[in-house]
Design a protein around this ligand. Structure first.
Ligand code: CAA
Length: 246
């Protein structure tokens, strides 16, 4: 297996951390992006080191084009040109539309959707030139089915897959694949934003009767990143315990 360089945005988060570990377990060199003031990049590196993982980190706000540009430069200077990009950074600002403030709409669109443009734009040319690349966008079941209180989040996550399908066509002949993964409700800190009764109501709707685990997402990231997954592009792989099918 060729060792590749992978960049995971939101790499220090709940799902991101498991993705970093899974890619490292395959022998890839992994850089996690982190955001000063929100994440503890150095603390995360130390924690991972204690678990036996050597990761690089690159700081930047992926929702801002210039900051994302600097973050990718830092990542490439530390690890080399990016072969595998996982767009995993994302936030929620849940509210019914009647109550939603413009800032809640804007923050979610910038963090979840603009970020995909801001970061992918930096690495796609190199992938095409080198004739190998993997772009994997971490969307959501709620981008596929919608969710009460998530007009902003669902729109941003559906938008990610539109991006996937278009870019997949543009680079299909260049050895670069672009795919979406749509996780359902996964046991991470993001679930702490939900009231207990709301979360219990959601779990009751999941045919498997439980939340997903971050490593159940990371497994599929690795699968898509693999060289042998070379004919899969423009796909949207659901990992949701049966919450939404079709
Ligand atoms: N379906 C239908 N009606 C609902 C409802 C639902 N799911 N939830 C609330 N309502 C009703 C209430 O009964 C109430 O009705 P009345 O006015 O007739 O009494 C009304 O809607 C309340 O409306 P509000 O605008 O006052 O809503 P709220 O402030 O109480 O709650 C909310 C808004 C906090 C966003 C809440 O709806 C909520 O938590 N929704 C779930 C959001 C969610 O699933 N987030 C996922 C976060 S994790 C994630 O996003 C990861 C991922 O990818 C899956």
């Amino acid at each position: 297996m060729t060792q590749r360089v992978a960049l995971v945005t939101g790499g220090t988060g709940g799902i991101g951390t498991e993705i970093c570990k899974a890619l490292a377990d395959q022998g890839h060199k992994v850089v996690a992006s982190w955001l000063a003031g929100i994440d503890d990049g150095e603390g995360w590196v130390a924690k991972m080191k204690a678990e036996g993982y050597e990761f690089e980190i690159a700081e930047g706000n992926v929702s801002n084009f210039d900051s994302a540009t600097a973050m990718v430069k830092e990542a490439e200077s530390k690890a080399g040109p990016i072969d595998i990009l996982i767009n995993c950074a994302g936030i929620t600002r849940d509210s019914t539309l009647r109550k939603m403030k413009h800032e809640q709409w804007d923050a979610v669109m910038r963090s979840n959707l603009d970020s995909v443009f801001n970061v992918t734009k930096q690495v796609i040319g190199g992938m095409v030139d080198r004739k190998f690349g993997r772009v994997i966008n971490i969307s959501s079941v709620n981008g596929q089915k919608g969710q009460f209180g998530q007009a902003n989040y669902s729109a941003s996550k559906a938008g990610m897959h539109g991006f996937t399908m278009s870019l997949a066509q543009e680079v299909a002949r260049k050895g670069v694949t672009v795919n979406t993964i749509s996780p359902g409700y996964i046991a991470t800190q993001m679930m702490n934003t939900l009231k207990e009764e709301v979360l219990n109501g959601i779990i009751a709707q999941i045919p498997m009767g439980r939340l997903g685990k971050p490593d159940e997402i990371a497994w599929v990231v690795n699968f898509l990143a693999d060289e042998r997954s070379s004919f899969i592009t423009g796909a949207n792989i659901a990992i949701n315990g049966g919450l939404h099918m079709g």
